[in-house]
Design a protein around this ligand. Sequence first.
Ligand code: ADP
Ligand code: MG
Length: 334
Amino acid sequence: ATPAATMVGTTIGAGHGVLFKGGDVLERAKDVDTVVFDKTGTLTEGEMELTDVIAFDREGNPIPDGGTASRADSGEGDLAASDTDRLGENDVLRLAAIAERGSEHPLARAIVDGAEERGLDVSEPEAFENVPGHGVRATVAPDHLDGGSEVLVGNRKLLRDNGIDPAPAAEEMERLESEGKTAMLVARVPAGTNDGRLAGIVADADTVKPSAADAVAALRDRGVDVMMITGDNERTARAVAERVGIDPENVRAGVLPEDKSDAVEAIQADGRQAMMVGDGVNDAPALAVAYVGTAIGSGTDVAIEAADVTLMRDDPLDVVKAIRISDATLQKIK
Ligand code: ADP
Ligand code: MG
């Protein structure tokens, strides 16, 4: 494009909150044949809410939770009053919240907020470790549990890596995930033992952005392939994909933060020209390797830095707008 056309396109974009980082990206955007959306915070609001708490017995079966609601008001869980192998829902939630207190992850914030809303006393853990892409591990003081324990909150892999079999929770996990929720296992290892056991499940849900489905439809109308990439599990990812109109085979789930850019490179390996759209720190390397990297909305500075296009508003439809502005700019000067 001529410098004048570039300036017009850039100015029109800015008027719509679509910021192009230079004239070459303004030209490239029209040739995008694949759009790869990050899930959390990009297609969804990224504001998780605690939706479910399930307590398991020793065999990993859900147990009825008797009378925890009244005890919740005192800020105490129901553990002290019961057999330690039969935690109540509030015990499971409180343990999970203590373990997640030190995590910045939106999944963690929702668990802590949910516990506090139920009046549970979310104290500091003695030790805390973040296991990126998997969950958290924390040491919880003896006054909360018999002799204290190590608490794990996260996905199946986190438990397996710590020698705890997640299989007994499979049915409940799958049920929650097919509702589009992120279900996390809670396990504890009593201090001084290797006797790790499942304690329960907590689940968070996110809301799909109102315009996400319209954006996917508009891109597909244009002949653009739409894909989704996420660290979340396959079943949750597919449930969200279905809601926004992305084909199940176009979902790349369980992708670790450090593997997102490899996944985009793999998508581009056959000559595709992909626009990666993401919001998080996790997404920066993937934005950088994409043919066009697009940071959306309240995205982090790191994502904006790595991106070629920044969408100031938090609206997936602006992805379509960015491509159309590129079309229009280039057509005018032909
Ligand atoms: P996303 O790409 O959705 O941001 P992440 O790569 O951060 O996901 O995490 C992948 C998965 O690891 C999550 O879906 C969850 O199962 C688990 N996980 C990550 N962080 C936490 C945490 N703080 N607590 C519990 N589970 C977690
Ligand atoms: Mg994200």
